[in-house]
Design a protein around this ligand. Structure first.
Ligand SMILES: [Ca+2]
Ligand SMILES: [Ca+2]
Ligand SMILES: [Ca+2]
Length: 514
């Protein structure tokens, strides 16, 4: 008969009733919220304190320059609540047009194809919005070290000048009309004048793509992609790039949201061939459509408006413990079972490096728990976010949840982990490090829940009611002509449900959890 641990009720009139449930439905998913920290107020300044921190501070750009002498950090660096920081995230709009080119600056006039050089000229015209006799500031390379491209810019009537690195980012535009970024880290990332980027390792720092690689290859055919775009100069179809093998500064795999790929190219001898961007343009905020930088924009999806976060956390004195931390006051969880911790987390994805964390290393966001307060148990790692591999620049928690990692982005995501059994005075600690102003972690809405509420299993009872049978049940009443099913819900049934023995005879009834 009914293969269930619940009693089956059977009537002499060939009507049988039993309770059915799946084992998984035995324990309710309803949970008790024991604790919540949503960071809407400053819990460290509160009385009583809700948490303590180590290494909390905020360095806005002026303070970075005056106290740390670090002009490369173009945004605030901090370990602090977001309401104490001018901007938590990478500023999104592209301040001015950008052009990124896969190229090797060692390529000479004799080696480059005339078609490629024509395409370079027309793309630069777009970049400069047809400005003639532009003064082009060169960062990261000597003005004489630009190969055929330098010669081409000069031949077009432009002037090349070396970047004066004592000029601060906000004043770069006083040096000229355009930046040729051949190096120099984040130099020009937020500057409001056009920028040509030929430097794969800085692609992330200047917010044009994920970090790229310098790769030795022989370029095959180039191909116009953005046919009709003014940067093409009217060119269509395929063209040669350069004769011979060179070390191309390639763009990263991840591009901004709405780039213009002017032309792409493949390499000789690849099977199957990989199609790579050759020239990519990024619109300015004044173009239609407007451009956005790679990885840019504020964090979104937090609970309320406030959260806690960190950026460039190794760029000022790191506390003796090796990183920065936030520790919640002990939470009494005695007698609670099936404890879980949920935290909302977010992160940029520009240039994080793999880290083991323990203590120091590079880039990570870690959640630890000490389950017994001042008792002998020590903090143990519960959640760990770091890049999953050395060529990945985002973070996920594959270290602690390899079967189903969560990848962080600019929108907060909840992750939930089981807390070890037997916890009494639970202490939750968040620790973090990162190594650049655009390497940002954020977290919010830490919740501790207990899943101890158990909903009774479905029940069913049968009673004679005159010539009919009355079925009293919980959950959903299902019926079947066979005791082994298949079972279908009884249309419109509510408890108690009256079975007409004339028509209902021969059916089995069970109660089932939806
Ligand atoms: Ca919040
Ligand atoms: Ca880093
Ligand atoms: Ca302890």
């Amino acid at each position: 008969m009914c293969k269930t641990k619940y009693p089956m009720l059977r009537h002499a009139n060939v009507l049988a009733v039993c309770a059915l449930t799946s084992l998984g439905a035995l324990t309710s998913t309803a949970q008790e919220l024991i604790y919540k920290e949503d960071f809407e107020t400053d819990g460290e300044a509160a009385n009583p304190q809700r948490y303590t921190t180590v290494g909390r501070d905020v360095y806005e750009v002026d303070r970075i320059r005056s106290e740390l002498n670090n002009p490369d950090q173009l945004g605030p660096i901090y370990w602090a609540p977001n309401f104490q920081v001018s901007y938590t995230g990478v500023p999104a709009p592209t301040a001015a047009r950008r052009m990124v080119m896969a190229w090797d600056l060692a390529i000479t006039d004799a080696e480059a194809s005339p078609a490629l050089l024509d395409l370079f000229d027309s793309s630069i015209k777009w970049l400069l919005n047809n400005k003639a006799k532009a003064k082009i500031v060169v960062a990261g390379a000597g003005v004489d070290a630009l190969g055929v491209l330098g010669a081409r810019l000069t031949a077009a009537g432009h002037e090349l000048v070396a970047d004066d690195t004592t000029v601060v980012e906000e004043q770069i535009t006083t040096q000229g009309d355009m930046l040729f970024h051949a190096g120099g880290g984040s130099r020009g990332a937020k500057a409001g004048f056009p920028m040509l980027v030929i430097n794969s390792s800085d692609a992330d720092d200047v917010l044009t793509s994920s970090i790229g690689t310098a790769t030795a290859l022989e370029a095959g055919k180039g191909k116009i992609v953005a046919t009709g775009h003014p940067a093409t100069g009217g060119k269509t179809g395929e063209f040669d790039i350069a004769a011979g093998s060179f070390t191309y500064q390639l763009l990263g795999d991840q591009l901004p949201a709405n780039p213009v790929i002017v032309a792409s190219f493949t390499a000789v001898g690849e099977d199957p061939p990989i199609v790579r961007p050759l020239i990519m343009l990024m619109n300015s905020t004044n173009d239609t459509p407007a451009g956005t930088v790679f990885g840019g924009g504020p964090f979104t999806g937090q609970s309320g408006s406030r959260f806690f976060g960190g950026a460039g956390m190794n760029k000022w004195t790191v506390p003796e413990q090796g990183d920065r931390s936030l520790t919640l006051q002990p939470i009494n969880v005695r007698g609670k079972t099936n404890l879980k911790l949920t935290i909302a987390a977010a992160g940029t994805f520009l240039d994080f490096e793999v880290s083991s964390g323990t203590r120091g290393g590079a880039d990570y966001l870690e959640v630890l728990v000490d389950t017994d307060g001042t008792g002998p148990n020590d903090f143990e790692r519960l959640i760990f976010f770091t890049p999953p591999a050395s060529d990945k620049k985002y973070v996920d928690d594959a270290t602690t949840r390899p079967e189903k990692p969560t990848r962080l982005g600019l929108e907060f995501k909840d992750v939930t982990y089981d807390i070890p059994a037997g916890a009494t005075d639970l202490i939750v600690e968040v620790r973090s490090l990162s190594t650049w102003w655009n390497e940002i972690f954020a977290f919010d809405n830490i919740r501790i829940t207990s899943g101890t509420i158990v909903t009774p299993p479905p029940t069913v009872a049968i009673a004679r009611d005159g010539t009919a049978l009355k079925v009293t049940y919980t959950d959903v009443l299902v019926s079947s002509p066979n005791v082994n099913g298949p079972w279908t819900p009884v249309p419109g049934a509510t408890s108690p449900y009256t079975v007409n023995t004339a028509t209902g005879s021969g059916l089995y009834y069970r109660s089932s959890r939806p």
